[in-house]
Write a protein that binds this ligand. Structure first.
Ligand SMILES: Cc1ncc(COP(=O)(O)O)c(C=O)c1O
Length: 434
């Protein structure tokens, strides 16, 4: 997308813009923006869908390609970043992002496949505990997996899949806890809800699950890389996540999974040679000798050209520090909410994200009956948001490459667009459900 026509002519130096510039000038993470490929005039607010490419990730792919070109099979052990142990290295480094010990994390497969894999082992209905608990707001792929796992267990989803309802687009932790009763075996929720950006109280939910004898897992796709986690301290049983949003690992890059140490004795149901004890893998034994911990849950040879940019991307997060990232993310979304309140009142928007900082992830949801058209029009004016039916425009000021001034510009363009009713001329892209 090009920058297109702009709505920025004659920008007044208003107090909000001055405030934005002041914050940018004192932002301790400001320098990270230069490490990413941002486009002039384009305000990228879709980092919660696909994070931008960094120069570090690009160089890592080039280095992996050069190793393939120059060393071929020797790259497995002789490349500058040896491929044979690349997944384990990335996993150990990602562990800090989710608050886990290095052996509790594996970087492997995809989010949905990992969720299936973990549920295959951990969802074992017994006695009265037959239910799998989720919620109606979870990401569709997760819901498909939950339903399939209930069927796999020989049960009927209409009875044993409990999807807790929402309250005007948000979840209430009390409702989730109430569903974790003596009939529940496993509960699966998302840390941050993909539409609203609501951050669930994972510590509270995990404590409630343990008290009630229910295993609990989270999909961290919308929180990893932007919200700190303490999975092990909280006693979470398992988690899955993708690495292409705030982690900036690249489109469809390798996903992550967490398995609490208390489950490490389990043999993964989908055994494959890449889950072997690394020291024995090339003995080519006919019997599986699992690696210790979460590494055993790997199945197949990892896609090195996808892992390489992820390793570099994780390096950037380490440098920036997840606490500083979270602090900036909250400041950006706070600033955005404040500007929305003051500059978009009267245009029919409603904020779909909780106001309290501890209940917000990294993005803000603006709800509007004409949301699909407004999102399409924003693209024409150099803002990249995304839209989730029926009425949610998501704006994600990803903290490593978004300035406060960008947030100000987004609201300014949105206001100018609404004032001039320019969105009414935008065509809703085919395939968008309105
Ligand atoms: C919360 C959530 N879970 C799962 C997925 C799908 O992940 P994958 O395609 O890796 O299975 C997404 C994709 O955006 C997501 O947002």
């Amino acid at each position: 997308m090009s920058a297109g026509p702009t709505l920025d002519d004659d920008l007044p130096l208003d107090d909000d813009l001055l405030e934005a510039r002041r914050r940018d000038a004192s932002d301790p993470l400001a320098a990270f923006r230069r490490r990413f490929y941002t486009r002039d005039g384009v305000l990228y607010m879709d980092g919660n869908s696909l994070g931008l490419l960094s120069r570090d990730a690009e160089a890592a792919v080039q280095s992996a390609l050069a190793a393939w070109r120059d060393q071929a099979v020797e790259g497995w052990t002789g490349a500058p970043e040896p491929w044979f142990t690349m997944a384990e290295r990335v996993a150990a480094r990602q562990a800090a992002l989710v608050g886990a010990a290095p052996d509790e994390v594996a970087v492997t497969g995809s989010t949905t496949a990992n969720l299936h894999h973990l549920l295959l082992a951990l969802y074992r209905p017994r006695g009265r505990r037959t239910r799998l608990v989720g919620d109606v707001l979870n990401f569709p792929s997760d819901l498909y997996a939950l339903e399939a796992q209930v069927r796999r267990a020989g049960l009927d989803p209409s009875r044993d899949l409990i999807l807790v309802g929402d309250r005007d687009g948000l979840l209430d932790e009390d409702d989730l806890i109430a569903a974790m009763d003596e009939r529940a075996a496993v509960a699966v929720f998302s840390s941050v809800l993909y539409r609203s950006g609501q951050l669930l109280d994972m510590a509270r939910l995990a404590a409630a699950a343990r008290e009630r004898g229910v295993l609990i897992g989270f999909d961290l796709s919308h929180s990893v890389g932007v919200v700190p986690h303490r999975l092990s301290d909280w006693g979470v049983d398992f988690a899955v996540w993708c690495n292409y949003k705030y982690v900036n690992g690249g489109p469809g890059t390798v996903a992550g999974l967490y398995l609490n140490r208390r489950h490490h004795g389990l043999v993964p149901p989908l055994t494959g040679w890449w889950g072997s004890d690394k020291r024995r893998q090339f003995e080519m034994l006919s019997t599986f000798v699992p690696a210790e911990g979460a590494a055993a849950w790997q199945v197949s040879t990892p896609p090195i050209l996808s892992l390489a940019p992820l390793e570099a991307a994780v390096g950037i997060l380490e440098e920036a520090g997840i606490e500083r990232i979270r602090a900036k993310s909250l400041a950006l979304t706070e600033f955005l909410l404040d500007l929305v309140d003051r500059h978009l009142a009267g245009f029919g928007f409603r904020v779909g994200t909780p106001r309290e900082p501890h209940r917000r992830g990294g993005h803000v949801a603006l709800r509007h009956p004409d949301g699909a058209r407004i999102a399409a029009a924003l693209r024409l004016y150099g803002v990249v948001p995304d839209f989730r039916p029926p009425d949610v425009i998501r704006l994600a000021p990803s903290p490593l490459y978004t300035r406060f001034e960008d947030v100000w510009l987004v609201v300014r363009r949105l206001r100018a667009m609404m004032e001039q009713r320019l969105h009414l001329q935008a065509a809703v892209p085919e395939g968008t459900v309105t």
